[in-house]
Ligand binder design. Structure first.
Ligand code: HXC
Length: 257
């Protein structure tokens, strides 16, 4: 089964990518990320595409990395598989990517939205980094990008408590560009994409590169640090317990080991 759907000409010069694991609330497994990486590589080379929209469905943009796929992994498995190498393609994509978010954008889902260049949210969107409740930490940029987006004290609170924030709170925190009623989020993202698609693709690419450069030199270091610490949590009993408890639908009991 294909875990993403692609419409190359969703609007003139605008491509649409839809995450397609609805039953699992678009939980991000390796196959989905590999398909996303390949699609982005392909669209980046297509002259008929100038802007890319990434979306999920009304219920979920993505509820995080696939806990069932990760639960039993050792720290060494995590380092060797290095699932995040597929994530690097998102930020290497030269064309702008707009995340159109409705419902859950949690953990890896929130990180995926933040890796995009702009975020249009529906009123139902919920953002959060709940990894701490699973005995682990964000691993695909959450500690870095959330902090840069909403500031240290608020990011610290959300990452240490795992609390979700509403679309309205995300807007006032500066995490998203705009919040619209649920029937409008894809339309609104498409309007924004069409506006950008009318500009010089060369200037758009160079402008995107320059904006990203404003924080990426230090981001690189931060991402590498976070990635190692995320993998390291897989050496703890608490991560095993946290993920097992999620799968067994019960409360985790942490021992600090
Ligand atoms: C695997 C997931 C999942 C996930 C949901 N599902 N999120 N499966 N990985 N991240 C599955 C559920 O197991 C369930 O399948 C189905 O999707 C519907 O979910 P429910 O829990 O029944 O729905 P609901 O009661 O509405 O609750 C929604 C929810 C909850 C609040 C979003 O599902 C939830 O807390 N999900 C986990 C969120 C999370 O912790 N994300 C961070 C993951 S770690 P079954 O078959 O059981 O019915 C992470 C690390 C990032 O992202 C590292 C970098 C990539």
């Amino acid at each position: 089964m294909e875990l993403i759907k692609v419409i190359e000409q969703h609007a003139p010069f605008v491509a649409l990518i839809q995450l397609n694991r609805p039953k699992e609330l678009n939980a991000i497994n390796r196959q989905l990320m590999e398909e996303l990486r390949d699609t982005l590589l392909h669209l980046d080379k297509n002259d008929n595409v100038r802007v890319i929209i990434l979306t999920g469905n009304d219920q979920a943009f993505a509820a995080g990395a696939d806990i069932k796929q990760m639960a039993d992994k050792s720290a060494i498995d995590m380092v060797m598989v290095d699932q995040f190498s597929t994530w690097d393609q998102i930020r290497k994509t030269k064309k702008p990517i707009i995340a159109a978010v409705s419902g859950f954008a949690l953990g890896g889902g929130c990180e995926l939205a933040m890796t995009c260049d702009m975020i249009i949210a529906s009123e139902t969107a919920k953002f959060g980094q709940p990894e701490i409740k699973l005995g682990t930490i964000p691993g695909a940029g959450g500690t870095q990008r959330l902090t840069k987006a909403i500031g240290k004290v608020k990011a610290m609170e959300l990452i240490l408590t795992g609390r979700f924030i509403s679309a309205e709170e995300a807007l006032s925190d500066g995490l998203v560009n705009k919040v619209v009623p649920i029937e409008m989020y894809l339309f609104e993202a498409t309007q924004l994409a069409k506006e950008i698609a009318q500009m010089s693709p060369v200037a758009v690419q160079l402008a995107k590169e320059a904006v990203n450069r404003s924080f990426e030199t230090v981001l690189d270091e931060g991402l590498a640090f976070e990635r190692k610490n995320f993998y390291l949590t897989f050496a703890s009993e608490d991560q095993k317990e946290g993920m097992k408890a999620f799968i067994e639908k019960r409360k985790p009991e942490y021992k600090g080991k």
